[in-house]
Design a protein around this ligand. Structure first.
Ligand SMILES: Nc1nc2c(ncn2[C@@H]2O[C@H](COP(=O)(O)OP(=O)(O)O)[C@@H](O)[C@H]2O)c(=O)[nH]1
Ligand SMILES: [Mg+2]
Length: 305
């Protein structure tokens, strides 16, 4: 399985502010702690970047935004423990969110992207709870404002001359279709890539909705995306994850932050998933990447399937 592992990768896709960078840093800390499904396999070339990023989380701060175009690729060699273990170089492109929108508009992506799509490649699509960058789905009033069909006074407060950003769920659905087209061209129509829908900052979901899990949250907040996922189960293997890099909010909850710092910040963070049918919470922040790589639960032959 070792050689096949070399070919596996995970693409991290999300608009600006989706939580990509913080997830990457928590993932690194989780690898480094040696207690997750995935373990680090030597030092990555980007060690300094990952270490500096991880240090923010260890100090009880979210990592700041990635300056545009500064860093869009991180490669981390990973392995699993045990006999016949998976071993390989994991490529996690941390794509600037601006580029995600640009690709959507231009309907074209750079060659670098095209090279990433191959057998053994999985994806994580990220959406962040409470992000100001999320453009909500249109309701009937918004729809009328954009496309007309209501009395003039109802249209009066539509922002003059402002460029309308497409709803985030539309961008995500389009991206899934770009990915499918590319997977079919590069890996064949039968290849069914694992695509994890990651709801980041899961700690910010209101308490009663937390119990319902990330599927229900996506269904309520991004109904078009949810319908697309339901309808395209034969094209992709989907799973949902709620990810919290600290299992609380440093900025809004002083009490939480103090407790976090007294505890073991290196091992913090939580993943909510229902890979086995029931909603479960795991402290293993390597889990979504391990799933997208096809190692947990294991796909028999993630490269050729
Ligand atoms: N409460 C909470 N906020 C988060 C979490 N992850 C990210 N954030 C917030 O989301 C912002 C954007 O995250 P970032 O990782 O920079 O997103 P990126 O633009 O996709 O790389 C951060 O500055 C944090 O304020 C989380 O797990 N919990
Ligand atoms: Mg970033």
């Amino acid at each position: 399985m070792g050689d096949l592992g070399q070919q596996r990768s995970v693409l991290l896709v999300g608009v600006h502010d989706a939580g990509k960078t913080n997830l990457l840093f928590r993932f690194w800390l989780a690898l480094d702690s040696g207690q997750g499904i995935l373990l680090k396999d030597g030092l990555p070339d980007d060690f300094e970047y990952l270490k500096t990023g991880g240090d923010y989380l260890l100090k009880g701060q979210f990592a700041p935004h990635t300056p545009q175009d500064v860093r869009d690729q991180t490669e981390i060699p990973v392995k699993t423990a045990g006999e016949g273990a998976f071993r390989g170089k994991l490529v996690v492109p941390d794509i600037p969110g601006e580029q995600v929108l640009r690709v959507f508009k231009a309907r074209q992506w750079p060659p670098y992207w095209e090279q990433q799509i191959k057998r053994g490649c999985g994806c994580l699509l990220m959406l962040r709870v409470d992000s100001d960058e999320i453009v909500a789905p249109l309701d009937w009033v918004g729809c009328a404002k954009l496309y007309g069909g209501v009395p003039v006074d109802a249209v009066a407060d539509a922002e003059e001359g402002e460029e309308k950003k497409p709803p985030t769920q539309v961008v995500m659905v389009e991206w899934l279709q770009f990915l499918r087209t590319a997977f079919t061209a590069k890996a064949g129509a039968a290849y069914r890539p694992r695509v994890g829908i990651v709801v980041s900052a899961w700690d910010l979901v209101v308490e009663e909705q937390k119990a319902l899990g990330p599927v229900a949250w996506i269904k309520a907040n991004f109904p078009l995306l949810h319908q697309f996922i339901e309808a395209n189960d034969d094209e992709f293997e989907f799973a949902y994850f709620g990810v919290s890099v600290a299992d609380g909010d440093f900025d809004k909850d002083e009490e939480f932050k103090a407790k976090y710092l007294e505890g073991t910040p290196k091992k913090a963070g939580a993943i909510v998933h229902s890979l086995y049918g029931m909603i479960e919470k795991s402290p293993d922040c390597t889990l979504p990447v391990a799933w997208a790589l096809g190692v947990y639960p294991a796909k028999e032959d993630p490269v050729s399937q």
